[in-house]
Design a protein around this ligand. Sequence first.
Ligand code: SAH
Length: 463
Amino acid sequence: MLLTISTTHKQAADLGFLLHKHPDKLQSVDLSIGKAHVFYPESSSTRTTVALLLDIDPIDMVRGKRNLSRKGFSLGQYVNDRPYVASSFMSVAIAKTFSTAMNGKCKNKPELVDLEMPFEVNIAVLPAPRGGELLIKKLFEPLGYSIEVERHILDDKFTDWGDSKYFTLSLRHTIKLKDLLTHLYVLIPALDNDKHYFVNQNEIDKLLEKGKGWLEDHPEKEQIIKRYLINLNALSRRALAQLNEGVELEEEDVSQEQKKKKETLHQQRLTLVLEKLKETGAQKVIDLGCGEGKLIRMLLKEKQFQKITGMDISYSELTKCKERLHWDEMAPKQKERLYLFQGALTYKDKRLADYDAAALVEVIEHLDENRLKSFERVVFECAQPKHIILTTPNAEYNVKYENLTAGTMRHTDHRFEWSRQEFQDWANQVAQNNNYTVQFAPIGEVDEYVGAPSQMAIFKYGN
Ligand code: SAH
């Protein structure tokens, strides 16, 4: 990925002073996922060009716990556009290589800092999904740039596949270098609408710091903020409030929003599980790891389910479940349909047998991974209900959670969280071992790259 900045300022070589990079030298800096090289393809008194070349290692991106490629499917981790396009990697490289210039400092010639110079910028490949050329114009033109954009077709051998979301962009403006760099720093990732790292309050601070003096009055500020913060609503609202009024929203507002989102996700999950249970035609169902009994309350409302059982290892959860169901005041007929008991999913138990369907909603990730084999034996081999509906978080989606730090899980009691591939590998193997077939479904809004927040497997016994 190549970015070049040229100037025809009357002493063009001043660019080297401003950038604190000598025009005769190639300089390289290490990034977390590769290297950035700075060099000058041309340098004279009439025209000087500096080039920033990113050399991103796609293998480095997927190494370690966190998959920075953000591409869930396994081949996509290695074959994706990230090494070739201008993205948040470019902003990191700009900040790392040109930080002094961006901060408006120049030791040898301080008078250059506030000098407006004619610049021409070329960005070899810039992604602009959901917006394209129009969006590029809307973001740069209000800042005074004149623009040339060339859109690339997806594949020149297959022209009927149409256009891609990639553009070559050339910008011209007479402007201070520090302003040019901060514009690029913010607008490139906003156009790309993706981030290779976790996005949290730090990102708001960076955005507001770099946007100072121009973002407040930009007609597209809302869109810039939203896209820069990869469409995370709570953070975007907070950033906008800070930008507009200089006020900080309370931390609580953000976590409340997050909580609400989580609740609705759980509600979506339970609704889908209920729907799938109904589709199986089951009359006798068991909710394994029923917790406080949210699904059980929903099952009781459906006449189809004649026998409803809840099982959990935790006595306190079962007590809570009884309270929430108003067990003591329940009509005898309802009570007859319901059976709650304490048990463990990793020990054979006769009480688990003879059900048409079992639900396991966000439970397996609470078991130690080395106990999964026992769990498989207990549920799939011994209890052997005709249908098993099982859900678990999709770990790939964690990058989208605003308050989640890299490498951590959604809940302190989770022993593991699986990617879509890991879940499907496990479920396919379990199905094969125990004469089940299995299908998969996403739960919640599906992100193009990381999938949905939660995932479901629907097992059916026999062929
Ligand atoms: N299914 C519920 C609760 C999910 S939380 C819901 O979706 O709302 C996970 C639940 O699994 C907890 O209630 C926990 O007590 C239970 N659990 C954890 N390990 C278990 C085990 N080995 N056997 C049975 N239940 C278990």
